[in-house]
Design a protein around this ligand. Structure first.
Ligand code: AHQ
Length: 254
């Protein structure tokens, strides 16, 4: 699948020579500068400047991203020829869809996000109706699912590595929201708490696959372009959510 190619002046050595694993990993980490933790909407949300309606827009729209994740992961699983990788990857689907009777830790991330919805004042049926999900949010999330289904499985694994930066964004929410948004039942924040160890487990596997698969300098640049594609997806979600919030506050002309 064609992706935008960022021109990067090769900072580390001869462009014909692959980066070492450490240099390649450092290049991947350096792309964190474009992570959505730095998006103006996220900065505003995490500094307590969002109104309740704006948080509800964020929860509603991010719910569409959350329900796309297990479908994305199932698409990757279908393309994985190796049982050992599948045994690790299938965990991700259960993490989100849950299993058993949906209670306690087996409830899954989508159930926990539903709890977050109720905690910010969105009823379960309302959240699951997907009412209020912005077209650009659907488009970006669907682009992610379609990339995962059509790209080689190692490229799709690489695209999940934005989670290298996720623990911090979850920790920020857990640290700030109780003070900034005391009206939100603390139970609703359990999703963020649950993701911190899971993100670490996911990244360990994703990084091992990525560092082993992309072994020439052109391939390593492709990996950086794939990561940028996913960073752009997350950034686009917040662009769209910010616009929804802006439209809410701008009285209609007519
Ligand atoms: O809750 C998130 C999650 O389960 C995942 C899976 C992973 C992937 O496979 O792409 N990415 C991801 C992310 C989650 N939460 C986002 C957030 O800001 O709460 C961050 C996002 C990511 O960094 O990719």
């Amino acid at each position: 699948m064609e992706l935008a190619q960022t021109h990067r002046p090769d900072s580390a050595g001869d462009p014909a020579t692959p980066w070492t694993r450490a240099e390649f990993e450092a290049q991947l980490h350096a792309q964190g500068a474009g992570y959505h933790i730095h998006h103006p909407f996220n900065v505003r949300m995490n500094s307590g400047q969002c109104a309740p309606d704006e948080l509800r827009h964020w929860v509603r729209n991010r719910f569409y991203y959350q329900i796309c994740i297990p479908r994305k992961d199932a698409a990757i699983l279908a393309n994985m020829p190796d049982r050992e990788h599948r045994r690790l990857w299938i965990e991700r689907i259960l993490d989100h869809d849950g299993y058993g009777d949906y209670t306690g830790s087996a409830a899954g991330g989508i159930e926990a996000w539903t709890r977050l919805g109720e905690a910010v004042g969105i009823a379960r049926d309302d959240l699951w109706s997907l009412r209020g999900v912005a077209p650009a949010v659907r488009f970006a999330c669907d682009a992610y699912v379609n990339f995962a289904a059509s790209a080689p499985w190692q490229e799709a694994v690489c695209s999940s590595l934005t989670e290298m930066f996720a623990p911090q964004i979850h920790k920020d929410r857990l640290a700030g929201w109780p003070t900034h948004y005391p009206w939100i039942d603390a139970e609703g924040l359990n999703y963020f708490r649950s993701r911190i160890p899971l993100a670490g487990r996911d990244v360990a596997h994703g990084l091992q696959v990525t560092l082993a698969h992309f072994t020439t300098r052109p391939a390593q640049h492709r990996a950086l372009d794939i990561l940028q594609f996913k960073l752009d997806i997350l950034w686009t979600l917040l662009d769209a959510i910010e616009k929804v919030c802006l439209n809410d506050t701008q009285p209609s002309r007519d």
